[in-house]
Design a protein around this ligand. Structure first.
Ligand code: NAD
Ligand code: IPM
Ligand code: MN
Length: 350
């Protein structure tokens, strides 16, 4: 029997609830399809930080390297640990250490979900650059007396880094509806974003079968609200992709629906799967977190591991539940109710 070794990092707040839900569905799918998922639970979180002074052990990255995939719930508990400590101590270094430069975030309306704006279908695949750009971590603060204090955060865009994410997006478009929209702010940012536009034209020349549009991020925000059905693959830098994918989550009904895969395309390290949302301190402990984003992320993981049939069945089971309006009204159904409905639909599937 094929066995997958999974590093499970539930993290903080609702990250724990939704990753429990996702693991229940993964195990049910594994039983049905005769593969084995051995999950090793790693209690790396803000609570762990408060006990030990570190978000993960010094050899944490080396520990993760030995797994076939990483599944993460959510990290962050700003009341007790600053986000600059927790995210830079766990989530962001994992993305960089394993070269998970392609962050795939699908946005589509599930059956039965009334988006806040529309109930007609759209199907966007956001490809977010995930290891450099505005998240490069280059910068500093200069103190020359309080009134003259300066903070600098430098966005670093390399030819290799931009080109590979563009190629990744064009490849995804080939397998979909054949259109890429490349997002920049090259009217205001004249170095990095002009560079990104130039590379978009260069890469597009290698994909004559894929059509390409270039849009500024402000216009893209409006387009996602006004005409999301006109979009296929959207490729954006790290920060723009971060913001646009919360917008994508909103138009698909809320953060409880948006899945994410941090892919290491060259396979040199494990990929990591996690919902787009965070630890949601405002609803943590209430057992009302929507687990659909987390379960969908687990389906992306199984697809990545080569279990496409199991992944498709999970997505179908999610759709069966939402078509019955289970999980579609924010805050109404408990995490357990939604998970149980998805598990039942999965069992029913022939
Ligand atoms: P958040 O995504 O946690 O929450 C934003 C809003 O969406 C909240 O009102 C929350 O209740 C709601 N929400 C989120 N997930 C939901 C779900 N599954 N079901 C129902 N409602 C849901 O964003 P935030 O409040 O800005 O961040 C909270 C903490 O999480 C911070 O520490 C932040 O840095 C961190 N964070 C972590 C990740 C991650 O681990 N990948 C992602 C985003 C934010
Ligand atoms: C996300 C999150 C993270 C990001 C934060 C928590 C650092 O918002 O995965 O979308 O900005 O990448
Ligand atoms: Mn985000």
């Amino acid at each position: 029997m094929t066995t997958y070794r999974l590093a499970l990092i539930p993290g903080d707040g609702i990250g724990v609830d939704v990753s429990d839900a996702a693991m229940a569905v993964v195990q049910a799918a594994a039983r049905k399809h005769s593969f084995d998922v051995q999950a090793t639970r790693l209690d790396w979180s803000c609570a762990h930080y408060l006990r030990t002074g570190e978000m993960m052990p010094a050899d944490g990255i080396e520990t993760l390297r030995g797994f076939d995939a990483i599944y993460l719930g959510a990290v962050g508990w700003p009341e007790t640990v600053p986000d600059s400590v927790s995210l830079h101590g766990l989530l962001l270094p994992i993305r960089k250490a394993f070269n998970q430069y392609a962050n795939i975030r699908p946005h589509r309306l599930l059956p039965g979900v009334e988006g806040p704006l529309r109930s007609t279908g759209f199907d966007i695949l956001c490809i977010r650059e995930n290891t450099e750009g505005e998240y490069s971590g280059a910068g500093g603060r200069v103190h020359q007396g309080r009134d003259n204090e300066v903070a600098v955060e430098t966005a670093i865009f390399t030819r290799a880094g931009v080109e590979r994410i563009l190629r990744f997006a064009f490849d995804q478009a080939r397998a979909r509806r054949g259109h890429v929209t490349s997002v920049t702010k090259s009217n205001a940012q004249k170095y990095s974003m002009v560079f990104w536009d130039e590379l978009t034209r260069e890469v597009a020349a290698d994909y004559p079968d894929v059509s390409v549009s270039m849009m500024h991020v402000d216009a893209m925000a409006a387009k996602m609200v006004m005409a999301p059905e006109s979009l296929d693959v959207v490729v954006a830098s790290n920060l723009f992709g971060d913001i646009l994918t919360d917008l994508g989550a909103a138009i698909q009904g809320g953060l409880g629906f948006a899945a994410s895969a941090n892919i290491c395309p060259d396979g040199s390290g494990p990929s990591m799967f996690e919902p787009v949302h965070g630890s949601a301190p405002d609803i943590a402990g209430k057992r009302i977190a929507n687990p659909i984003a987390a379960i969908w992320s687990a389906a992306l993981m199984l697809e990545h591991l080569g279990q496409a049939r199991a992944a498709n069945e999970i997505l179908a089971a999610i759709s069966v539940a939402t078509a019955q309006h289970i999980g579609t009204v924010p805050g109404r159904d408990s995490t357990d109710t939604i998970t149980a409905a998805i598990l039942a639909a999965l069992e029913d599937h022939a």
